[in-house]
Write a protein that binds this ligand. Structure first.
Ligand SMILES: Nc1ncnc2c1ncn2[C@@H]1O[C@H](COP(=O)(O)OP(=O)(O)OP(=O)(O)O)[C@@H](O)[C@H]1O
Ligand SMILES: [Mg+2]
Length: 250
């Protein structure tokens, strides 16, 4: 197993709010990793710092052999093409159709001009996420679950090497959550893309992730395979897991 992303001693504060204190993490290539932890603990900040959208106060981030934290703006923009980001709130453009939403990154970031080629890639992508024929729909005509999938499709259409999912299932009912979790697995298994997800769905993280990092108060307090994290003797981790799984037994 090779490591595709590595963070070392990452630290980030906003004023007196010390969000990341020292985060050291390895993301295995072509596998599924999950970042879990309480709300407000810095999971989204960690993702943004890895992608170079937030500059850390201290520490480094590597993508393969490139130190992201040492890159100038131009190089940073170029390397970000390797990353896809499925936002916490889907973040689609409501004034555009689904087709236009998917075509947008192709036109803006990849500078594709060939309209036939753009249409082909949009159609193919919508088929792959099992929402064929939704090109002309507007995001507000879709259900929450469909919007999430379109959000994933918009990230995937750029053919990233790593796809970050920020809470892909939050706000969805259990059946839809399962659909999205299965989509993450398909992205990984069928497209061979490294997937990193932040999730509050702890049972799903333990089921589908190859590696889990538990973030708390600025540190990774437990990390490794689901088995290793489940065996952690850290009180916070034990409580979190116990509560998450006991909710299942109603
Ligand atoms: N751009 C910013 N400026 C100032 N503070 C920020 C900024 N982004 C995040 N924060 C703060 O950093 C902390 C961590 O936020 P973050 O969004 O990473 O939490 P999270 O773990 O993703 O939470 P949730 O599970 O609710 O999404 C919060 O206290 C938040 O207010
Ligand atoms: Mg978040």
């Amino acid at each position: 197993m090779s490591v595709i992303i590595r963070t070392e001693d990452l630290s980030k504060s906003f004023g007196s709010n010390h969000v990341l204190k020292s985060v050291t993490l390895e993301i295995p290539e072509k596998q599924i990793s999950a970042v879990i932890g309480q709300s407000g603990t810095g999971k989204s900040v960690l993702f943004k710092t890895i992608m170079g959208m937030i500059r850390p106060d201290r520490g480094r981030v590597w993508f393969k052999d490139t130190e992201i934290t040492a890159l100038k703006q131009d190089a940073l923009i170029a390397i970000r093409r390797c990353f896809g980001y499925s936002f916490q709130n889907a973040a689609l453009f409501d004034s555009m159709t689904v087709g236009e939403n998917l075509a947008f990154p192709l036109k803006e970031a990849l500078r594709l001009k060939d309209r036939k080629e753009i249409r082909r890639r949009v159609t193919e992508m919508l088929e792959w996420i099992e929402l064929p024929g939704t090109e002309t729909k507007r995001p507000d005509e879709l259900s929450g679950g469909m919007r999430k999938r379109i959000g994933v499709a918009r990230a995937l259409i750029m053919q990233p090497e790593v796809l970050f999912f920020d809470e892909p299932t939050t706000g969805l009912d259990p059946v839809l959550s399962e659909t999205i979790n299965n989509l993450v697995v398909r992205v990984n298994r069928e497209l061979h893309i490294t997937c990193v997800m932040i999730t509050h769905d702890i049972p799903a993280a333990f089921r589908i992730a190859d590696k889990i990092a538990f973030l708390d108060q600025g540190y990774v307090i437990a990390g490794g395979s689901p088995k290793e994290v489940a065996a952690s003797d850290h009180d916070m981790v034990k409580d979190f897991i116990r509560i998450s799984f006991s909710e299942l037994q109603v």
